[in-house]
Design a protein. Structure first.
Length: 310
């Protein structure tokens, strides 16, 4: 029998928060597992039930990241139920999941990124793969965003692509000149020599297609990037997120504009952008010394009389 409170919460995630089906499925699994373990109505759940559940997951060998996700699911549910007046208190307050070590995704250095594109695309597949790699590295798209891109999203003349990101949010992302050129080459190979905007097919026609002419699958993108990485860099470890992370890192190292990078990546929270960008401490120190008024040092002369801090 379906739990009406749980189902209403999942409907809220789907229709109001616009979460993906995979995310909603993960929430459902976590919350149904908790309900089986605790065997009590949501209004009767207490803090010790939450802590016992967390301890039980740890005892079953669940990884800290999985336990964190389970606790996050419970927090979201009880915040929703409290807001709806279904529970009086939030029993997740004060409960903490085990800490995980912060693990940054791998990134290419600028020389590796340059070598990745030092080849002439001769076949139709090579032209497509080059365009995909250019878009991932040049514009920082997610794998799902690349696979879901349509021809109607392109504005090659202006140098932009409209991206549909997480939660159904859209953003416009600039295309570099190399990316525009590569996309034009791919579209010429795919649909003919005329790739001006008005001659592109209308509607949800996919930007990248597989062998049968259907929309390319995320798995195919991953496999083709592995092959490209092996060919150009001597490693089969290249993957879409590495190119997205490299895009963010290289852009931030050059501009130091965290907010701009946040917008380009489509992050709703700037703390996520800070995790994906891995500037070394010396770079951060240089930015701080150059930009913050309290960091400036007087060199070679005495500081003189102090000015008021008011």
């Amino acid at each position: 029998m379906t739990d009406p409170d749980l189902q209403q919460f999942l409907d809220y995630l789907q229709f109001e928060r616009r979460y993906s089906s995979n995310t909603i499925s993960a929430y459902r699994r976590d919350l149904e597992r908790f309900a089986r373990d605790v065997q009590r109505p949501w209004p009767e759940v207490r803090g010790h039930d939450i802590s016992s559940h967390i301890a039980g997951l740890h005892g079953r060998g669940q990884k800290p990241r999985s336990i964190q996700r389970a606790l996050s699911s419970l927090r979201s549910l009880f915040r929703f139920l409290k807001r709806e007046g279904r529970v009086a208190e939030d029993p997740t307050t004060g409960n903490r999941a085990p800490k995980t070590r912060s693990r940054l995704p791998g990134t290419l250095d600028t020389d590796q990124a340059s070598r990745l594109f030092q080849f002439e695309a001769r076949t139709k597949l090579e032209k497509r793969d080059r365009a995909m790699a250019e878009l991932l590295y040049g514009s920082g798209l997610r794998l799902s965003e690349l696979a879901g891109a349509n021809l109607e999203d392109l504005d090659l003349k202006a140098g932009f692509i409209r991206v549909r990101g997480k939660g159904g949010k859209s953003r416009q992302v600039p295309l570099g000149s190399h990316c525009v050129d590569s996309i034009r080459v791919w579209l010429t190979a795919r649909i003919g020599p005329t790739t001006e905007q008005q001659n592109l097919p209308a509607g949800p026609d996919p930007l990248f297609t597989g062998r049968p002419g259907q929309r390319i699958s995320p798995r195919t993108v991953q496999l083709r990037l592995k092959k490209l990485g092996l060919q150009q860099l001597g490693s089969d470890q290249l993957h879409p997120h590495m190119l997205r992370h490299s895009f963010a890192s290289h852009l931030l190292e050059s501009s130091s504009d965290l907010r701009a990078v946040q917008e380009l990546l489509g992050h709703s929270d700037i703390s996520t952008t800070q995790i994906y960008t891995h500037l070394d401490f010396q770079h951060l120190a240089r930015v701080y010394d150059a930009a913050h008024p309290r960091a400036r040092r007087v060199r070679g002369t005495s500081a003189g009389p102090k000015k008021s801090d008011a």
